[in-house]
Design a protein around this ligand. Structure first.
Ligand code: BTX
Length: 326
């Protein structure tokens, strides 16, 4: 399939003008009739290609269905998404990611699905993943950081999503600790980070991102309708899932590379700029406790920073937060 991928890349790079059959044939080292056959195959996949006998070929439109190729086209990254696995339907992209990672999949491999039949949230909760209506994506990472730093990658991912969503809609996305992305106070995306580590070495991390894109209110499961939203509901228009995946991956790569180079401070600052309820009173649930506190922000290492009613300052590494609406 590498000829086909190269062909797609050449066409994508020249989408403003025609590229001649001869040039394609020279670059790909295949005959002009083989080129023509490839074009017919692409058309079957939904690509619209214009062929003019004296000028050559030009891409008019990309199919909006998800596939390895449609995601790869226009994806300008150095390492993320160089390996793409796409499934029309699967239990959970996390499952596939773990299998692939155990079998040695490269840093930056991504898994996407049109539909998940057993989408996973945190702590055994489930994640509704309606067919063709959202971005259900897992990213395999092999970072050279200590296992206890892994939660920072969740916070990083949340800022990436907030940045990208901000460019899509008028309302400011907010991040609810640690990793819910809210639009108009309703959850539009969630992040699930899973890690395979031994002592002080990370084997691999899988970051799962679920983003509601084109669901109407009625297409959101009844269970979550009151507290969930989608980009479609907020922007009143359909958005290309392909384009979102690409933007998220490109933004993620930049942010990740900076994080590896400079550490967490920039992420912390950005996270706090999107942080929901900072400075306000929240309720906190840990495994053994349930209390009120003021949410101060996050610590240099990513922990939750709070002030108890007795004035003491605490850092928490795993907690759920909530609040009372007035
Ligand atoms: P979470 O535990 O923070 O959120 C799960 C909770 O969110 C559910 O209990 C439910 O109340 C609500 N919820 C479920 N589905 C949705 C939805 N579509 N929109 C808004 N709220 C919802 C968040 O867990 C982590 C989600 C990660 C999902 C990705 S998708 C790709 C990858 N594969 C996979 O199986 N999980 C990840």
């Amino acid at each position: 399939e590498s000829t086909r991928n190269k062909l797609i890349q050449l066409l994508a790079a020249n989408s403003e003008q025609y590229i001649s059959g001869q040039l394609l044939s020279d670059q790909l080292k295949i005959s002009r009739s083989a080129i023509w056959k490839h074009m017919k195959e692409l058309e079957k996949d939904g690509y619209q290609i214009e062929g003019k006998s004296n000028k050559g070929y030009r891409i008019i439109s990309y199919p909006d269905k998800l596939s390895e190729n449609t995601v790869r086209w226009g994806l300008e990254t150095d390492w993320i998404g160089k390996n793409i696995i796409h499934k029309e339907s699967t239990t959970s992209t996390q499952h596939i990611a773990h299998d692939e990672a155990r079998n040695g999949a490269a840093h930056g491999t991504i898994i996407i699905a049109d539909e998940q039949t057993k989408g996973k949230g945190r702590m055994n909760r489930s994640w509704f993943s309606t067919k063709g209506k959202g971005m259900w994506l897992s990213i395999i990472l092999r970072p050279e950081i200590a296992p206890q730093q892994a939660p920072q990658l969740t916070l990083l991912t949340a800022t990436v999503l907030a940045d990208v969503l901000q460019s899509y809609c008028n309302v400011k996305p907010l991040i609810k600790w640690p990793n819910d992305i809210l639009l108009n106070n309703k959850k539009t995306a969630g992040i699930l980070t899973e890690m395979q580590a031994e002592q002080d070495i990370i084997n691999y991390i899988v970051i799962g991102i679920g983003l509601n894109v084109n669901q109407s209110t009625l297409e959101l499961s009844e269970e979550i309708r009151h507290k969930a939203t989608s980009l479609y509901i907020e922007t009143e228009k359909e958005n290309s899932i392909n384009a979102l995946i690409q933007e998220i991956l490109m933004t993620f790569e930049k942010s990740y590379d900076q994080y590896i180079k400079n550490g967490f401070p920039d992420i912390k600052q950005k996270w706090e700029s999107y942080g929901f309820k900072i400075g306000e009173e929240i309720t906190i649930k840990t495994i053994k406790d349930h209390f009120h506190a003021t949410f101060l922000g996050i610590e240099e290492d990513g922990a939750l920073r709070i002030k108890r009613t007795d004035g003491s300052i605490q850092r928490l590494y795993s907690a759920e937060i909530d609040w009372f609406d007035k």
